[in-house]
Design a protein around this ligand. Structure first.
Ligand SMILES: [Zn+2]
Length: 474
């Protein structure tokens, strides 16, 4: 069975087939680097990572590119105010726009490490690709898809692309009906969007056939996706807010320029809410990794929380939900840590069978439009099986570890490399206490056994008595 994904263009789940067998060319709209990324942005990147890892797991060669928007994030309001978000941030922080971009790119790369997002082929920066944007813009002007105003700005003419609106439903007619009155006079149609903004005052500016200025936002993704992945992409992703205008405009530019179908499969993820609302700096719901770590949570827990919700379903972040994710991750660690083998035992074929079933079910669930909750059910099935059984024959214990390694290719929790350092430096000491408690109970020294249990509880350790002995986890 192959993958089936929801395609925003046709609003239904349909089979996914890349243009070239075995190879997937995927472009993800990445961060705009005028501010810290918050956990809502992390959700979109985690979705891209889950998609990437699922394709990897199924054996595809994935050519993935994620852009860094470090110039020209122009909304209509920005054009009217004459400033883009990079310049606003530069004024706010008393730094240059170039310094702002570098600082937030550095911070983003730190988050990439912390969230364990697999690195794409490239993280191209918009400011490094202005020449490619100018090339496409010139061609669009020459072919009549774009026009230059008296002020030296270049706009794409939506009326020149009859399919405008096919992704979002915002057709030229629909937009006309609902158009705002205060549109810029220089535009031929209110929905026309900027490819180039002439502005000699802008901190980030380049020479162009239309004078000094800077590129529009949408053109960067048409230019960079083409440079790294070619004219035709298999998958293009973004957050739900990218559907319109950003992706609608990318389609118009790219398809007018190349005459080919730009993207075979459009995928978008829903927003993250915090405490049931939109994130805002003013009320403390603008959460970054710093708050997560300051509250003593691990980034593994945050990663698990963000990936465990289906990408097309709403996800509401609460600190309780994060604590819940933490205990699931701790539970997985505990199962793997306490996996015991006994060289004297003969291998049990049921173990290998169960592991193979878990792996097959896990991949099949992901192929079904990234049904992560069904995939996770297989992981928890494996965990329950391991907790109930054991000690295992050496080969069986290895097979169980291999199954956890398989699912971790997607989970990205480094499940098999959590050493005692990551678990705390006192693991050996706790092992000894747990053993002492077992001995105390065996010799009916109940007072000492209770004392040890209290001490362990005080340190946040839970001891589970199973038929095969005691297991502990934090
Ligand atoms: Zn984009």
């Amino acid at each position: 069975m192959g993958f089936r994904f929801y395609d925003t263009l046709v609003n239904e789940v349909r089979p996914f087939t890349p243009r070239e067998e075995g190879v997937v060319r995927m472009y993800n709209c990445g961060p705009t680097v005028y501010d810290s990324q918050h956990i809502g942005n992390y959700r979109a990147a985690t979705f891209a990572d889950v998609l990437r890892r699922s394709l990897d797991l199924a054996g595809y060669e994935v050519h993935q590119v994620m852009n860094l928007t470090d110039v020209g994030h122009l909304t209509l309001d920005d054009i009217e105010s004459g400033e883009d978000k990079m310049e606003l941030a530069a004024r706010r922080e008393g730094r240059t726009a170039w310094e702002i971009a570098q600082a937030y790119i550095d911070e983003y790369m730190l988050v990439v490490e912390k969230m364990n997002w697999r690195r794409p082929l490239a993280y191209p920066r918009a400011t490094d690709h202005v020449a490619e944007m100018i090339e496409i813009t010139e061609a669009l002007v020459a072919s009549g898809h774009a026009y230059v105003t008296d002020a030296g700005n270049v706009y794409f003419s939506v009326a020149s692309f009859p399919e405008y609106g096919k992704l979002s439903g915002n057709t030229v007619e629909a937009l006309e009906a609902g158009s705002r009155v205060d549109v810029l006079d220089e535009k031929q149609h209110p929905a026309d969007f900027a490819l180039w903004k002439r502005d000699a005052e802008h901190q980030m500016q380049w020479d162009s056939p239309w004078g000094e200025g800077f590129p529009g936002w949408h053109i960067e993704c048409s230019a960079m996706s083409r440079k790294y992945l070619g004219d035709e992409l298999d998958i293009h992703t973004g957050g739900e807010d990218n559907v319109f205008p950003h992706h609608e405009c990318e389609i118009a530019q790219s398809e007018s320029f190349t005459g080919k179908t730009f993207v075979r499969h459009w995928m978008h993820t829903r927003h993250l809410q915090v405490d049931g609302g939109k994130m805002a700096k003013s009320d403390g719901t603008f959460i970054t990794y710093e708050q997560v770590e300051a509250r003593g949570h691990s980034m593994r827990a945050l990663r698990y929380l963000l990936l465990s919700a289906h990408y097309r379903m709403p996800l509401n972040f609460t600190w309780d939900a994060l604590a819940g994710a933490e205990s699931v991750v701790d539970g997985l660690d505990a199962t793997i840590r306490t996996l015991t083998s006994d060289a004297a035992l003969a291998a049990d074929p049921a173990v290998a069978e169960r592991c193979a079933a878990v792996e097959a079910g896990f991949l099949a669930a992901l192929q079904d439009d990234l049904n992560v909750s069904a995939a996770l059910a297989h992981v928890h099935d494996l965990r329950g099986f391991v907790n109930k059984h054991g000690p295992f024959a050496t080969a069986d214990a290895d097979r169980v570890r291999a199954a956890f390694a398989y699912v971790d290719e997607l989970l990205g929790l480094d499940l098999l490399t959590q050493d005692s350092g990551a678990d705390g430096d006192d693991a050996a000491e706790i092992d000894a206490l747990v053993q002492e408690r077992i001995d105390a109970r065996a010799s009916k020294n109940w007072a000492r056994a209770d004392e040890i249990r209290d001490e362990l509880t005080g340190r946040g350790i839970t001891v589970e008595d199973t038929p095969d002995g005691a297991r502990w986890y934090r």
